[in-house]
Design a binder for this molecule. Structure first.
Ligand code: ADP
Ligand code: MG
Length: 660
């Protein structure tokens, strides 16, 4: 397949935003804050920063910053803009995401995650390096975007020369404008085609199955030139299952029809996946255009394709109706990843993706009644459904003393703020008066969630920070183990060889040590079904964390081979995420009394003699409540760690248990 040599200038001129260029620039020059509204694909993300740059906003030596809620978008857009400007990525145009900085002293346009800009305010609260900040995808209402908007309220009065541009899909725009004293709204006239929405007649049992059936049906019953297919799924797991299953079904049909025997012989279709943990080089493939008209793309994506990334040529959308969200219950202080029904606004965005290049069709794998009765009209902003310990800690570091009075676009539930304050106090990050402690200040210096920062600090005091920094780095990368569908048994065997039966954390450490002993080899990884790229990334993160530790004067010490001390530190850091055995593979979450299950990928899974007490890293809610990345702990450690304070009655049970 030949790639079309793209005329970049012509493409730029063909985008809807191009026609409004001079009006847009005038409005920006005349106002400190503006809200830009435009359909997905109108050119906001790729063009705005360039227009402003061309208009001379960097002539004073300052930069243009553009934030994205998603890492993948920040990377992909920076690459695109570098190509359009014909410069090398990392020079005039760069990007910065957590643990990865692709900018240089010559960078003029910097794409970054909203989290990165938030951390930059810690180092320089007036953001002096920037002449203009674009808060992109504000309608997504990510936690960090919301906090940034709150901070900008004060910052803009202190820095009259700083421009703020907020871009949003149509929903929510008024809210942003109101928040900044009726800032002008600028609408980019869209160009969209009608999309026919088809609901499922009956509720579907299995949305992966239903999506696959629909995609295969569309592919076989419509001309290839009628357009590409985009399937919305919830995450890596169901995306991979769907991709495999589409391949299998199509191969069956093609075998009978044309007598071919492998999928690679099918040359009229390309199946692409997109989710955040996917390596960047594969992600880029979704933008590839084909010269050969007899080829169709089936893209299977998470909600990242709703508005963040525009994929051209889509005429069919299949929407499973769900997405994976971080959900927090402030009453019990529990964070989890949960597959939840999307909101109506998301459903509308998803369907809209079918109508960018011509009239399209959207198949919703849920009934019309479901959409009317069970879906929220709008998604709940992240700030109202997530643990805010990290945010409160950051605000305290920025000298926002009374977080309850912070100007939130939508205030979080009071209960959540109180629980977060309590959690920080419990972790000794703030004192009785709510003032940041030296420990709190140290915790905030790490680009990590507070509990992970805390175990690094504890491990240093207990003489195992050398090992802990490795574990924390490995927890910060996507999947270490590789499990291809066609070689599952073999890869499961390979994984088991690394198991340390009392701990998934130690299992990860074991993988890393062995990789190190094998000279960080990629062949070795391949042989043992390990994701080489993830390990390389972990090694990189590890060295960055070591730098932070060194700067903080935190000692890096090794425990030799005393793994109990490591488990003890993990227990101290995660004592609020502890569970007690209640049956075969079943545990009771100690703080809440909720039933949880050991995830099948755990090293502890299938042990004849399961440990009585464990702590876990993450709670995953799919068909069941699963605890993932688990370590067995001694109940006395749990009590030592102050767990007692949380629930005296349960701790007493623990004690009685221990005494037989
Ligand atoms: P908006 O932000 O308004 O949704 P974008 O600026 O992201 O729009 O997209 C404008 C156009 O640029 C779209 O046609 C999109 O497909 C294209 N585009 C964006 N990123 C890339 C990329 N990495 N490679 C090729 N084309 C891209
Ligand atoms: Mg965009």
């Amino acid at each position: 397949v030949e790639e079309i040599k793209e005329d970049v200038k012509a493409t730029r001129r063909s985008l809807p935003i191009y026609k409004t260029r001079s009006d847009l620039l005038r409005t920006i020059r005349e106002n400190q804050v503006i809200v830009i509204i435009g359909e997905t694909g109108s050119g906001k993300t790729t063009q705005l920063a360039q227009y402003i740059y061309e208009d001379g906003f960097c002539n004073n030596g300052k930069m243009i910053g553009c934030t994205q809620p998603r890492r993948v978008a920040a990377m992909s857009v920076a690459k695109r803009v570098a190509t359009e400007m014909d410069v090398k990525l990392g020079e005039e145009v760069g990007y910065s995401i957590r643990f990865e900085d692709q900018t240089s002293s010559g960078t003029k346009i910097k794409f970054m995650t909203d989290g990165i800009l938030l951390r930059e305010t810690l180092l320089d609260n007036s953001l002096d390096k920037y002449s203009c900040i674009i808060i992109d995808e504000a309608h997504e209402r990510s936690l960090n975007t919301d906090v940034l908007l709150g901070l900008f309220k004060t910052l803009l009065t202190e820095r009259r020369d700083l421009k703020l541009i907020i871009t949003s899909a149509t929903m929510n725009a008024q809210k942003f404008s109101n928040f900044f004293g009726n800032a002008p709204q600028f609408t980019i006239p869209g160009r969209t085609f009608p999309v026919k929405v088809i609901y499922s007649k009956y509720p579907v049992d299995d949305y992966v199955d239903a999506a696959v059936t629909e995609a295969v049906r569309i592919h076989l019953s419509t001309p290839i030139t009628s357009g590409d297919i985009l399937i919305f799924m919830t995450g890596q797991e169901d995306i991979e299952t769907a991709a495999d299953s589409v391949k299998e079904k199509l191969l069956n049909v093609y075998m009978k029809k044309y007598g071919i025997s492998t999928f690679d012989e099918i040359n009229d279709i390309e199946i692409l996946q997109i989710y955040s943990a996917l390596p960047a080089n594969i992600q880029n493939k979704i933008f590839q255009k084909y010269l050969n008209e007899n080829k169709r793309k089936i893209v299977i994506a998470t909600n990242i394709a709703e508005t963040s990334l525009t994929i051209d040529g889509i005429r069919y959308v299949i929407d499973c109706g769900y997405s994976k969200l971080k959900v927090y219950n402030p009453k019990i202080g529990l964070d989890s990843l949960t597959i939840t029904p999307i909101a109506l606004t998301n459903a509308i965005q998803r369907s809209g993706r079918a109508g960018r290049t011509g009239p399209g069709v959207a198949y919703r794998l849920y009934t019309e009644e479901t959409s009317e009765d069970d879906m929220y009209p709008q998604a709940i902003p992240e700030i109202q459904r997530t643990n805010l310990s990290n945010t409160v800690l950051l605000l305290k570091s920025l000298d926002v003393d009374d977080v309850l009075k912070f100007p939130f676009l939508d205030p979080p539930p009071l209960q959540t703020l109180l629980t977060s304050l309590y959690e920080l106090w419990f972790n000794e990050a703030i004192d009785n008066k709510g003032v940041l402690t030296p420990l709190g200040r140290q915790i905030a210096k790490f680009p990590l969630q507070p509990s992970l920062s805390k175990i690094l600090l504890i491990s240093s005091q207990n003489g195992c920070s050398e090992e802990m920094v490795t574990i924390v780095s490995l927890l910060s990368v996507p999947q270490v183990f590789y499990r291809p569908k066609e070689r599952q048994e073999e890869s499961d065997m390979a994984r088991k060889r690394f198991f340390i039966s009392e701990s998934d954390h130690l299992t990860l450490l074991n993988v890393y040590s062995q990789w190190k002993s094998n000279n960080y080899s990629s062949q070795w990884c391949q042989k043992h079904f390990l994701q080489y790229k993830s390990l390389v990334r972990a090694a990189d993160i590890r060295s960055q964390l070591l730098t932070v530790m060194e700067r903080q004067g935190i000692e890096v010490v090794s425990s030799g081979s005393d793994w109990n001390i490591i488990r003890k530190c993990i227990c101290y850091g995660f004592s609020q995420q502890a569970a007690k055995i209640s049956g075969l593979g079943k545990y009771v979450h100690l703080r809440t009394g909720m039933d949880v299950h050991l995830h099948p990928t755990s090293a502890l899974y299938g042990l004849g003699d399961l440990p009585s007490y464990v702590v876990y890293h993450e709670l995953l809610m799919t068909t069941k409540e699963y605890i993932c990345c688990v370590t067995s702990v001694d109940p006395f450690w749990l009590m030592d760690s102050g767990f007692l304070l949380y629930d005296i009655r349960r701790s007493k049970e623990i004690k009685e248990d221990k005494n037989g």
